[in-house]
Ligand binder design. Structure first.
Ligand SMILES: O=CCCC(=O)O
Length: 483
């Protein structure tokens, strides 16, 4: 790990109750760089016992943290944000080493992740309740917003920083304490966030990071009666299982799950803007983003021109190790992710699809795949039904609004959708008709800390970001006051 200027940000132990700890068993998990296959280091392989202790630490820390004034919590969070931005370069390097995304994207993710801490540091001071006219002259109705208590989360490898901060920041801002189990592929970013939390003066037990067995730790975090709120970002299949486990204690949950985003281009769209929007939306993080375009629908009148320009732009993307300057597309996270891309590609070709860019593994390394574009995509292909989560872009043809709306909504997912058109009428009908939690009109980039991120249908429950994200960590109490 010679690349880090601040080696103290590289922690190989978990952070529980303000202490850096090994697993009881002494077992560890090896973490490797997906671009090179080289070992970066190892982290503790903890289980149920350590998870119970992390939850107990969060519970013990709760009364004092909750009792701080909103302004005091806000100041601590603001320090955490400042420290994160001061360490942006180191954190980005660490992120690229363990996750693979290009360094420029990692820098962007650190700023994006930190922006949630900044936003909620400010919002901590605006946890407003209500007063409501009472039903009688001597009655008043008060509505209080109080922290739900101990919160826990499981986060994915595709955004090792931002998926943690956008849960932890609103939790801590509202007066809750927090236990996070990051993905085993990308634990170092989480531990670095903990190191900065410690430096910022976040008290012991308020923010805890535990690495190890997803099954054992996940069971404790979802079934513990002490944990009052559980938040997960990951696949719909795993989210369904965790949601079922949370049912045993009727826990408050947020689930940010899979997507199958349609990206729609109408005949009247600014075609160059649509092409660059589609490139950004499809190929960022090598297509491994829950809001990445999965199905690109282009109207007949511009289909051929769009495909030509889009394929050309995809072909120009520089594939390679994310630490090398100019890299635009890094590796996939593991062999299973690569195999899924190959499976979807083979299925599309078997059903009449035609490769117009890429179409094979990339020589940069074992986990690299060429940015790939297929034309003549149709509803009978796996790419129409399943999230590929890789650099494969199928382009479908459509004739009119009703046709594309029907195709775009024909999925159990409902996370993000995109539409390019110059017509206000079309834009309005699409933003209202797309059954999705988030819609981008004439943009392929929608993520922002001030906005409510989340899905409908089997893409999830709850919202992260903005004022909506704070509510997820608050309990509403109503008081009938007789005076
Ligand atoms: O993959 C999930 C999160 C993506 C984002 O916040 O832009």
């Amino acid at each position: 790990m010679t690349q880090l200027k601040d080696p103290a940000l590289l922690h190989t132990r978990c952070y529980i109750n303000g202490q850096w700890l090994d697993a009881d068993s002494g077992r560890t998990i090896t973490v490797s760089n997906p671009a090179t296959g080289e070992t970066i280091g190892s982290v503790p392989d903890m289980g149920a016992a350590e998870a119970e202790r992390a939850v107990a630490a969060a519970q013990a820390a709760l009364p004092a943290w909750r009792a701080l004034t909103a302004k005091q919590r806000s100041q601590v969070l603001r320090r955490w944000f400042d420290l994160m931005m001061e360490s942006q370069e180191e954190l980005a390097t660490l992120l690229t080493l363990e996750q693979g995304k290009p360094l420029a994207e990692s820098r962007g993710e650190i700023a994006y992740g930190a922006s949630y801490i900044e936003w909620y540091a400010e919002e901590a001071k605006r946890v407003y309740g209500d007063t409501i006219p009472g039903p009688a002259p001597d009655k008043r109705i008060l509505v209080l917003k109080q922290p739900v208590g101990v919160c826990a989360a499981i986060t994915p490898w595709n955004f090792p920083n931002a998926m943690i901060t956008r849960k932890a920041a609103p939790a801590l801002a509202s007066g809750c304490t927090f236990v996070i189990r990051p993905a085993s592929q990308t634990p170092f970013s989480a531990l670095a966030i903990a190191a900065l939390a410690e430096r910022a003066g976040i008290p012991a037990g308020v923010f805890n990071v535990i690495t190890g067995s997803s099954r054992e730790i996940g069971r404790v975090l979802t079934e513990s009666d002490t944990v009052k709120k559980f938040s997960f970002t990951g696949s719909t299949a795993v989210g369904r299982q965790l949601q079922a486990q949370c049912a045993s204690t009727i826990k408050k949950t947020s689930m940010e799950l899979g997507g199958n985003a349609p990206f729609i281009v109408f005949d009247d769209a600014d075609l160059d803007a649509a092409v660059s929007g589609a490139i950004a939306c499809k190929f960022r993080n090598a297509g491994q983003t829950c809001v990445c375009a999965n199905r690109i629908y282009v109207q007949s009148g511009v289909y051929d021109e769009f495909v030509r320009k889009f394929a050309q732009a995809a072909g120009y993307l520089k594939v390679g190790n994310g630490l090398e300057s100019g890299t635009e597309c890094g590796p996939l996270i593991d062999e299973a992710a690569l195999s899924k891309v190959e499976e979807h590609l083979a299925d599309a070709l078997a059903h009449g699809g035609e490769v117009v860019a890429g179409g094979a593994r990339h020589p940069a390394g074992k986990l690299f795949f060429q940015p790939t574009v297929i034309r003549h995509a149709h509803a009978g292909m796996k790419v129409a039904r399943e999230e590929t989560f890789g650099p494969l872009a199928p382009v479908f043809r459509f004739e009119n609004e009703a046709d594309v709306l029907q195709q775009a909504n024909a999925t159990e997912y409902g996370l993000a959708a995109y539409c390019y058109t110059r017509s206000l009428g079309t834009a309005t009908r699409m933003m209202e008709g797309l059954v999705y939690g988030m819609v981008g009109i004439n943009t392929g980039v929608i993520s922002n800390e001030a906005a409510p991120f989340g899905g409908v249908k089997q893409s999830g429950i709850g919202r992260e970001g903005g004022k909506y994200g704070l509510d997820e960590y608050l309990a509403t109490k109503y008081v009938m006051l007789a005076v």
